[in-house]
Design a protein around this ligand. Structure first.
Ligand SMILES: [Zn+2]
Length: 243
């Protein structure tokens, strides 16, 4: 078992109120599908509790199948936007706000400080008066875009320090080595009640989960084992910005 999943076994269970700060949530997803994989059950639970999760997808997701002729960039962008819209509609039972797409190029999110600050300029106005928490990809996920999004989240919460900032690990779950974690900073959310919805939302991302795009053998496809991992294991949240 990897270090992060080992830590997760010991982490305390949380309630949806604890991880959302009793208000609405702004969720930063690096790619269309991270919102569902990392937080799908929590999105469903929060919506069912009468609250709102505004999903903000940072990249266009167009790097997953770079050689497909059937799905060149614009077609793939439209497909992935439609998939995340459908996934969020499933998770929220049709009650949630539609995801907002920032459309940064996939695999090429900003790196320099000015560009990260400019991204934060775009995200801050999406925080409403009722937003109490920010959920964002984990800065130790081994993926360039996830790291950039974590930096954007840090820049947003530096300006809006009243937001509770939680990160959700995706690829970092499977690393053999991770930075030292304070076990007290991790909580886990039991998604069993929402497993059917989460499974359907994962399936809505068909371009990533199935052989839908047939003409790019180098394209990304999440294995069934990994899909089941995300559908059946607790969602993990790490508290950021506290000593
Ligand atoms: Zn991602």
């Amino acid at each position: 078992m990897t270090p992060l999943l080992q830590t997760a076994r010991l982490a305390p269970w949380t309630t949806i109120n604890n991880v959302s700060g009793n208000g609405d949530v702004l969720l930063l997803a690096p790619h269309p599908d991270d919102e569902t994989l990392g937080c799908g059950g929590a999105i469903a639970a929060l919506t069912e509790a009468g609250r709102k999760v505004q999903v903000v997808v940072v990249t266009d997701g167009c790097h997953s199948h770079p050689r497909s002729r059937l799905y060149p960039t614009e077609q793939l962008r439209q497909l992935r936007e439609a998939e995340v819209q459908q996934a969020v509609a499933i998770l929220t039972g049709g009650h949630g706000p539609a995801p907002i797409m920032l459309n940064y190029p996939d695999a090429a999110t900003p790196e320099d400080d000015d560009a990260i600050a400019a991204a934060a300029d775009r995200i801050v106005p999406l925080v409403s008066e009722t937003t109490t928490a920010l959920w964002a990809a984990w800065g130790s996920d081994p993926h360039h875009d996830h790291i950039s999004v974590a930096r954007m989240a840090a820049a947003v919460t530096a300006r809006l320090p009243h937001l509770a900032y939680w990160s959700y690990p995706i690829w970092g779950r499977f690393l053999e080595q991770i930075p030292t974690l304070n076990p007290a900073a991790m909580i886990k959310f039991d998604t069993q009640t929402w497993q059917d919805r989460k499974a359907r939302a994962v399936a809505a991302h068909a371009s990533q989960m199935t052989g839908l795009i047939t003409d790019d053998p180098t394209g990304f496809r999440m294995s069934d084992i990994l899909q089941q991992h995300f559908i059946t294991t607790p969602e993990l949240f790490l508290r950021e910005g506290i000593a």
